[in-house]
Design a protein around this ligand. Structure first.
Ligand SMILES: Cc1cc2nc3c(=O)[nH]c(=O)nc-3n(C[C@H](O)[C@H](O)[C@H](O)COP(=O)(O)OP(=O)(O)OC[C@H]3O[C@@H](n4cnc5c(N)ncnc54)[C@H](O)[C@@H]3O)c2cc1C
Length: 399
C-alpha cells in the first residue's frame, strides 16, 4: 500500500546551494526574478500539454518582450548590454522549468542574433537586432545537414554560387530549431568559388526555401525543428553576413552558444532535482516520506553535487566570457562536462520517482528525455572532448 501526502514546515527547496545568484546586482536579480516568475506562471502550467502534442506556445512570445531579455548580453542595437553571467543564469532559469522553451530562446537570441551580432555589418545589425531583441522578429540558424553534423567545419555540402548581386543557394539543412516559423534563418553554405563557408540571412517566404517540421522527436518536443530544402534559393549579396569569411567566424558563434547550452544542462538537472525533492517529501512508503530513507537522500545529494559543481563551473566560465578570456576549449569542456552530469542527475531523479518517473505529469520524465537532446546538440560530447584534447595536448585527434 502506498500513498502521497503534503508534509508541513520543510526546508525551502533551493538548488542554488552555493548562492551563485548572490553574485548578481540588485538590478540583475530583479530581471532574473521576472524570468523565473514568467517561467513558473506562464510556461510551467501548460508545458506538458504542449510537449505531448509537440506544439510551440506562440502566444507566449509577445509576453517575453516585457522581460527585456532579447540579446541581453549584446551591446547596442536595441540590446540591453548585460553580462554573460546574467544571460547564463537566464538560460539556467528557463531550462529549470522547460529545456524546450530555453532552446527556443537560445536559438533565437544566441545562434541567430549572435550570428548577426558577431558576423553582420552595422547595417545588418541595425535592421535585424532591434526587432529581434523585442521578439517581434524570430530567428533560426541552419548549419547541420542531413549528411553532415559533427563534421560541419569542413564538410558542408550546401553550396552558394554568386550570380551578380545575388547568391544562389542549393542544399539541405536538418534539425533547424524555430525554422518552421522564423522570420529569418541564418544559412551557412560553402562558396563554390572560394570553398569558404559563408552565412546568409534568408528571409521567410524567399522562393526556393522550404522548411518542413520534423516529427516524432522523443526530446525537446516543443521545439519546432525543421528539415530545410534550398532549391535555387536566391539571396541578395546585401543579405550575406558581411563579416563571416570562413568557418572560423561560424565557430565564434558556436563558442558563445555552447556556453549557453551548458547553462541549459545546469537548469535541466536543477528542474529535475527540485521536482524530485518535493516528490520525496510527499511520497510515503513504509509509513514515512521516502525523503527520510538514506538511499533516497543519497540520490538527492548526488544530484545536488552535480548541480553545484556545474553551476560554479559555469559561473566562472561566464566571468571569463565577460572578461573576453573564454576560448573554444573552455566552452567545450563546460558543454561536455555539464551535459554528462545533467544526464546522470536526471537519471537519479527519475529513479527517485520510481514508476511515476516515466509519467509526463510528474515532470521529471520530460527532463530525462530533453537531456538527451541537450547532450548531443551544439557539438556532441565526443566533438567537444576532441576540442579540449587538442588544446591540452597540442595534437588533433579529430580524424
Ligand atoms: C533537438 C536538436 C536541435 C538542434 N538544433 C539545431 C539548430 O538549430 N541548428 C543546427 O544547425 N543544428 C541543430 N542541431 C544539430 C546538432 O548540432 C547535431 O545533431 C550535432 O552537431 C551532432 O550531429 P549529428 O546528429 O549529425 O551526429 P553525427 O555527427 O552523425 O555523430 C554521430 C556520432 O558519431 C560521433 N562522432 C562523429 N565524429 C566523430 C569523431 N571524429 N570522433 C569520435 N566520434 C565522432 C558523434 O560524437 C556522435 O556520437 C540540433 C540537433 C538536435 C538533436
Amino acid at each position: 500500500m502506498s500513498s502521497t501526502t503534503q508534509v508541513a514546515s520543510q526546508p525551502h527547496v533551493d538548488g542554488d546551494f552555493y548562492k551563485i545568484m548572490a553574485t548578481l546586482t540588485k538590478e540583475e536579480s530583479a530581471i532574473l526574478a521576472r524570468v523565473r516568475a514568467f517561467m513558473e506562471t506562464e510556461v510551467a502550467p501548460i508545458i506538458n500539454d504542449y510537449w505531448s502534442r509537440a506544439k510551440f506556445p506562440f502566444e507566449l512570445v509577445a509576453k517575453l518582450r516585457a522581460l527585456g531579455i532579447g540579446g541581453i548580453s549584446y551591446q547596442g542595437f536595441g540590446c540591453a548590454g548585460g553580462t554573460n553571467v546574467l544571460n547564463g543564469l537566464i538560460c539556467m532559469e528557463m531550462s529549470r522549468v522547460d529545456p524546450s522553451f530555453a532552446t527556443f530562446y537560445g536559438v533565437h537570441t544566441g545562434l541567430s542574433m549572435g550570428s548577426i551580432y558577431l558576423c553582420g555589418s552595422d547595417e545588418q545589425k541595425q535592421r535585424w537586432l532591434p526587432p529581434m531583441a523585442r521578439f517581434e522578429k524570430i530567428g533560426a540558424f541552419g548549419l547541420t545537414e542531413p549528411g553532415v553534423g559533427s563534421a560541419a567545419s569542413g564538410g558542408l555540402t550546401t553550396i552558394a554560387k554568386r550570380d551578380g548581386h545575388t547568391w544562389i543557394l542549393n542544399g539541405q539543412k536538418k534539425w533547424i530549431g524555430n525554422a518552421t516559423f522564423a522570420d529569418v534563418t541564418v544559412i551557412w553554405a560553402r562558396d563554390e568559388a572560394s570553398n569558404q563557408v559563408k552565412g546568409f540571412l534568408v528571409e521567410k517566404g524567399t522562393p526556393g526555401f522550404v522548411a518542413e517540421k520534423m516529427e516524432n522527436k522523443i526530446a525537446l518536443r516543443v521545439v519546432q525543428n525543421a528539415l530545410i530544402t534550398l532549391t535555387d534559393c536566391r539571396v541578395l549579396e546585401a543579405n550575406r553576413l558581411q563579416n563571416a569569411h570562413s568557418f572560423k567566424d561560424t565557430a565564434q558563434v558556436l563558442r558563445m552558444t555552447r556556453a549557453g547550452v551548458a547553462w541549459f544542462a545546469v537548469g535541466c538537472q536543477l528542474g529535475a532535482y527540485e521536482h524530485a525533492l518535493r516528490y520525496a517529501r510527499r511520497r510515503l512508503q513504509f509509513g514515512k516520506p521516502i525523503a527520510g530513507f538514506q538511499l533516497v537522500q543519497d540520490l538527492l545529494v548526488r544530484m545536488l553535487g552535480n548541480i553545484t559543481a556545474t553551476q560554479t563551473m559555469m559561473l566562472r566560465l561566464a566571468q571569463l566570457q565577460d572578461q573576453g578570456l573564454m576560448k573554444d576549449e573552455h566552452a567545450s569542456l563546460a558543454k561536455a562536462y555539464c551535459t554528462v552530469k545533467c544526464r546522470e542527475s536526471v537519471g537519479y531523479a527519475r529513479e527517485l520517482l520510481g514508476g511515476n518517473g516515466i509519467l509526463l505529469d510528474e515532470n521529471v520524465g520530460r527532463f530525462v528525455a530533453d537531456a538527451e537532446a541537450i547532450y548531443s546538440y551544439e557539438g556532441t560530447r565526443e566533438m567537444n572532448t576532441l576540442i579540449v584534447g587538442k588544446a591540452i595536448t597540442g595534437h588533433s585527434a579529430f580524424v
